[in-house]
Every structure is written in C-alpha cells, then in structure tokens.
Ligand binder design. Structure first.
Ligand code: SF4
Length: 335
C-alpha cells in the first residue's frame, strides 16, 4: 500500500467532510483538551451538553483551576468516569501554575489524566506533531484496510496498529487532520456494522474491499471478562428535610463523589429499620452494580458511625451524585 496516497486521501476527505463540532472552529489547546477528556468514553451526542456547559462555566483554564472540585463534579454529573473530571481540575491547576499550556505530546502526558492517546490527539491538532492516535475507531479502519485478523484486545495487535498509523502520519501535511480523519472515518463511514464503502476515501487502498472480504468479521475482538457483580444497599430518610451524604474514597468507582450511606453485600444493614423502596442494576465498564435503596424514615436509625457526613438540604442543589442515586433523589424531590 502507498502510505502517502492513503494519508493524503484521509486528510482531503476530512477537510471536506468533517462534522461541525465547536472546538474545531477554533482549535485552541484548552478547548481541544476539554473535548478530548469529555469524549474519552462518551459519544459526541451524549456528551455535547456537558461540553457546552463546562465551556460556559469555565471559559478559560484559569476559571477551571479556580473552581472548587465539587463545582466541577457537579457539571460532570451524569457523564460517568468521574476520575476524568478530578484529573481535569488537577491538570488545570498545574497549567495555571506553569502559566502555559504544554506543547509536545510528552509534555501533555505529564499531566494527570492524559495518556499517550489524548496527548497525541492534542499535540497533533494544536501543534502539528506527527504522532498517531489509535482508538477503537482507528483500529477498526486499520484492521480492515490491512486485513489484520488478530485479536484487537491483545497488546501486540495494538502495538502493530500504532506502528502502522505512525508510519502513515509521517506523510501528513497536517497531522491533526490525519488523526481526526481516521477517527471520523471509523465513526461515520467504516462503522462496526454495514460500513459505507462506497463513500470511503480509502476504498482503493482497502484490503477487505479489494478482496471482497466481509467487514463484519473485522476486527476480531475476543470476549470481555464478565463484569464483577456487587450489591450496594443505600439508606435514605424520607421523613427528613435533608439528605445525609458521605464522600466516597478517592479510589475505585464513583471516586470522590458523595453517596448515600451504604453497606455492601447480599444482606442489608437497613433491613430491620427500613423498607426497600427502589432496586435496580447499573452497569459500569467492569462492574455490574445491583443497588437497593432503603427508606429508614429518620437518620437517627442509621446504624453506622456518623463521622465524615454532610447534611444536604433537599430544597437546595445537591452535590454531584452517581446516576442511579441522582435519579432517585430527583424523583423524590419532585413528588
Ligand atoms: S472500504 Fe469499507 S471496509 Fe474498507 S476502510 Fe473503507 S469503509 Fe472500511
């Protein structure tokens, strides 16, 4: 395959077909970085409202750095993977204290929450650095154009994909356009099911297309490990004008967020004093959370020690809560 033609086709196609996204009008490091973090594990249409609200509340990195962590988490509420928000805030403080944004990919990687992929995306778009971003979309495109049938969960396959992409980006006139073009192609043309090969700019460089192979078989992905099941029992007191919350530790799921007091296990500590008012299942990437909400009527019946708790009045905005708890408390308040 001629890498130079492949790269040129991707760049040209991107320039003429890119989606109209806010940070593309004016690709300043702050806006590109914010977009990369918000959309790391979130689809564009799901995260766009959050992105816009974050830019409106914190139009500059200084405003973000000066905000409280609770305010940043509140604006992040509903996006999940809250470590992203906490790292974003920490990184903003570091950028503020350095009085400058990083320039190279290596410099970006030194900030919290920024790995090689995000660093490559920002440095290629904002500083034209020729380092390839390889995400799921890009791997799908490369597995098809090169007919790579190895398991894309394997580190060796991912290293091969990075090598191929990095070879191609060296021919790019604007490396940021090549990276965004590859991701965009995977997102809107070379989709997992029914790719639109007739509209593909690299159709003639595609091994699958040229050999009439079935795209639905590429890439090959081995089965994921089953999610770990957890049972969490939360306490709520419907007779009180406030909700009792406790900040979760800084590690693990819902790190640093406020939660209703809870115990974990198949048996609930609230069974004797409360009644079950809600139960459900919430899926995280590696965990399957079975949650149960118990109405204990009054917090006096709470069996645990009460240190480290926060009383949050129900008639005022609450701190950021995980999705199932927020839905429950919002429904209660609006009854
Ligand atoms: S020709 Fe089809 S399968 Fe090949 S890269 Fe393009 S969209 Fe994907």
């Amino acid at each position: 395959m001629n890498d130079s033609i492949f790269t040129q086709n991707i760049e040209n196609w991107y320039v003429n077909n890119k989606r109209d996204l806010p940070w593309r009008h004016n690709p300043k490091p702050y806006l590109v970085w914010l977009a990369e973090i918000v959309f790391q594990q979130t689809q564009i249409k799901q995260g766009m409202g959050h992105y816009k609200r974050l830019v409106e509340a914190f139009p500059t990195v200084e405003k973000l750095a000066d905000a409280s962590e609770d305010d940043v988490l509140k604006l992040w509420e509903g996006l999940g993977y809250y470590a992203r928000a906490r790292n974003l805030h920490k990184a903003a403080k570091l950028i503020q204290s350095n009085d400058a944004f990083p320039k190279t990919g290596k410099e970006w990687e030194s900030l919290p929450g920024i790995g090689p992929y995000t660093a490559a995306a920002i440095a290629s778009v904002c500083a034209n650095e020729p380092i390839a971003c390889v995400d799921g979309n890009v791997m799908r495109v490369l597995s098809r154009t090169h007919a790579i049938s190895d398991d894309i969960r394997a580190g060796t396959t991912q290293a091969l994909m990075r090598k191929i992409a990095n070879e191609k980006i060296q021919f790019a006139e604007h490396p940021g356009n090549f990276n965004q073009g590859m991701m965009e192609l995977g997102a809107i043309i070379c989709t997992p099911k029914k790719p639109n090969c007739n509209a593909c700019p690299v159709q003639h460089q595609c091994a699958l297309y040229n050999n009439q192979l079935d795209p639905s078989l590429y890439p090959f992905k081995s089965k994921a490990k089953p999610r770990i099941k957890r049972h969490l029992h939360f306490a709520f007191a419907s007779n009180e004008p406030f909700v009792l919350l406790r900040r979760n530790p800084e590690k693990g799921i819902w790190a640093g967020l406020y939660l209703l007091p809870f115990n974990e296990g198949k048996e609930s500590a609230f069974k004797k004093t409360g009644s079950l008012v809600k139960k459900g299942k919430h899926l995280l990437s590696h965990q399957e959370i079975h949650y149960y909400i118990w109405d204990i009527k009054t917090w006096k019946l709470l069996p645990d020690d009460h240190t480290d708790y926060k009383h949050a009045p129900l008639d005022k905005p609450l701190p950021a809560l995980p999705v199932p708890l927020k839905k429950f408390v919002d429904a209660f308040v609006n009854l």
